[in-house]
Structures are given as structure tokens and as C-alpha cells.
Design a protein around this ligand. Structure first.
Ligand SMILES: Nc1nc2c(ncn2[C@@H]2O[C@H](COP(=O)(O)OP(=O)(O)O)[C@@H](O)[C@H]2O)c(=O)[nH]1
Ligand SMILES: [Mg+2]
Length: 278
């Protein structure tokens, strides 16, 4: 029984602290201060409650000044580290921070670049549960006064949410159990597509084939070509970065696939090279 998780959110909201709570050891660097501590995506695989849990911690990429394209590649790279795909995407927010329009933009960015489908795998994790615990408040109670944008986000995530107190270690076990229960229910609900799959590169493939075969030549050819050129540029950059990940994955594949009959991961980059030769 395998669970693959990716943790996403702004710098300092407590992504690494939450990832550490989940794995039960201080593996990821978590510290106060504005600077992003995690520079690249990092993965740790542990055994929790009889399950093999892999968790990918991501850098706080939303607040650094990188281009939208670089950002997208970085996030895809993190998601690719959970190949064949994450069962759960944890969107981390700090209960002490007011939910702003910028936070809502981050959410919108995700839907735009990764498709509405990612909503089926999202869980909102609120860190700093100690703050509401001190005030003897429940999470639901606290969220009643939150902005409408946050209420909308929660609604779209099927109201899947959990509060984490990453400081009081006596709460860790029950919190993690609760999270695993939510993820199990999620997997069951998503049984036809139990994990989020990055279909982007299949789409590029199809698009290229279409353009090459001259299909729909009479319609929007120029536009399609421009789109294809842009996608090829993105694809090349992605392939360059992902090459190492793919190599590692192929080595790992027999182990990942031990209990399942998953299809071999396709190497889009290689396919791309071959079609370029012919
Ligand atoms: N009081 C409290 N502090 C937390 C909690 N979670 C994280 N922090 C603190 O928030 C700071 C930033 O956490 P970090 O995990 O590095 O955030 P990241 O940048 O999102 O990975 C650290 O000092 C953590 O100790 C929590 O639940 N309660
Ligand atoms: Mg971090």
C-alpha cells in the first residue's frame, strides 16, 4: 500500500515542518525567517502505519521572483518526483496569516497550469494549529470568519482540510493518522484515477503529431505551429531538467512496481529525440 504526497505552498507557511511531522523525524530543514530554506524539491520515503509513504517537499516558489515558465517547470519537476504521480497534493496555509488575494492567485495559478483535475487530489493543511488551540477554537469555527475566497477554495477541494500543530509532538501521531484517513478516502473516491497524472507531455506529443501530419491544415495552422513551437521549447527545457529524475526512476521502477502492474514510464524526451531523427 503506497501513498505519494507532494507538499506545496508559500515560503514559511510550514511545509517542511508539516512534512517532518508526517514522516516523524526532522529530515527536511525547517526554520523561521523569510528566506526559502528548501532550494530544490526533496523526497523522503518512510513507512507509516504499514504504508510506504513518499513525501516531496518543495521550495517556496511562489514568492521568489521567477518567470511563470520557470515556476511551472519547477513544480512539474517536484510532481515528477512522485512518479507515476501524487495521491495527494497538500496545499499548506498558516492559520496565523490572513488569506490574501495573492494566496488566491497562487491557487488560480495552479488550476490554470495543472488543470481542474488537481482539485481532486488537493487537501488544505493549516499549520500553527497551536494558535487556535490556545484560544480553544475549532478549525471550522475559526474558518467561519475567513475571506470568501478561502471558503471557495475549501469548497472546491471538497472541504478536505486538516490542522497541524507541528510544535507539540504529542499531537503528531493523531494528526498523521487523520491525514492518512483523509488520503485513503481520497484514493477510494478517485479509484478510477487514484493519482494525479501529468498529462502535459502526452498532449504535446499529440499536438506535434497533428501538426506534422498536416491535420486541420485549413484551420488555425499558424496558431497551432506557434503553440507547438512554444511547447517544444518548454518540453526541451523540461527534458533537460527531468533527465536525471527519469534515470533515477527507471532504476527504481522494479521496486515501485513490485506489487502492481503499472505501465513502464514513458520517456518523452527519448521519444522526442527519435521522432526528430526520422
Ligand atoms: N508555532 C508553530 N510554528 C510552526 C508550525 N509549523 C511550522 N512552524 C514554524 O514556522 C517556521 C517556518 O516553517 P518551515 O517548515 O521552514 O516553512 P516552509 O518554508 O513552508 O517549509 C519554522 O520556524 C517552524 O518551526 C506550527 O504548527 N506551529
Ligand atoms: Mg521548507
Amino acid at each position: 500500500d503506497e501513498v505519494r504526497i507532494v507538499v506545496i505552498g508559500k515560503t514559511g507557511v510550514g511545509k517542511s515542518a508539516t512534512a517532518n511531522s508526517i514522516i516523524g523525524e526532522p529530515y527536511f530543514t525547517s526554520r523561521p525567517g523569510a528566506a526559502s530554506v528548501t532550494v530544490n524539491c526533496e523526497k523522503k520515503v518512510v513507512n507509516i502505519l504499514g504504508k510506504k509513504v513518499s513525501i516531496v517537499d518543495t521550495p517556496g516558489i511562489f514568492d521568489t521572483r521567477v518567470s511563470s515558465e520557470t515556476l511551472e517547470i519547477e513544480i512539474r519537476k517536484c510532481i515528477a518526483m512522485t512518479l507515476p504521480g501524487p495521491h495527494a497534493v497538500l496545499f499548506v496555509l498558516n492559520l496565523n496569516d490572513r488569506y490574501t488575494d495573492n494566496d488566491y492567485k497562487v491557487y488560480k495559478y495552479f488550476l490554470e497550469h495543472f488543470g481542474d483535475k488537481i482539485l481532486n487530489y488537493g487537501i488544505v493543511v493549516f499549520t500553527n494549529a497551536d494558535a487556535i488551540q490556545r484560544a480553544n477554537q475549532s478549525l471550522d469555527n475559526f474558518l467561519e470568519n475567513s475571506p470568501e475566497t478561502l471558503k471557495d477554495v475549501l469548497k472546491f477541494f471538497g472541504n478536505r482540510k486538516i490542522a497541524f500543530n507541528n510544535i507539540d509532538k504529542s499531537q503528531t501521531r493523531i494528526q498523521v493518522q487523520c491525514l492518512i484517513t483523509i488520503i485513503d478516502a481520497l484514493k477510494q473516491g478517485n479509484h478510477n484515477d487514484p493519482y494525479y497524472e501529468d498529462k502535459n507531455f502526452r498532449r504535446v506529443d499529440e499536438l506535434l503529431r497533428k501538426v506534422m501530419q498536416g491535420e486541420e491544415k485549413h484551420r488555425k495552422t499558424e496558431e497551432q505551429l506557434d503553440e507547438a513551437k512554444l511547447e517544444i521549447k518548454k518540453l526541451n527545457e523540461y527534458c533537460r531538467i527531468r533527465d536525471e529524475d527519469l534515470k533515477a526512476l527507471k532504476l527504481e521502477w522494479p521496486r515501485i512496481n513490485a506489487a502492481k502492474d503499472l505501465p513502464q514510464p514513458e520517456n518523452y524526451c527519448e521519444k522526442e529525440d527519435k521522432s526528430a531523427d526520422t
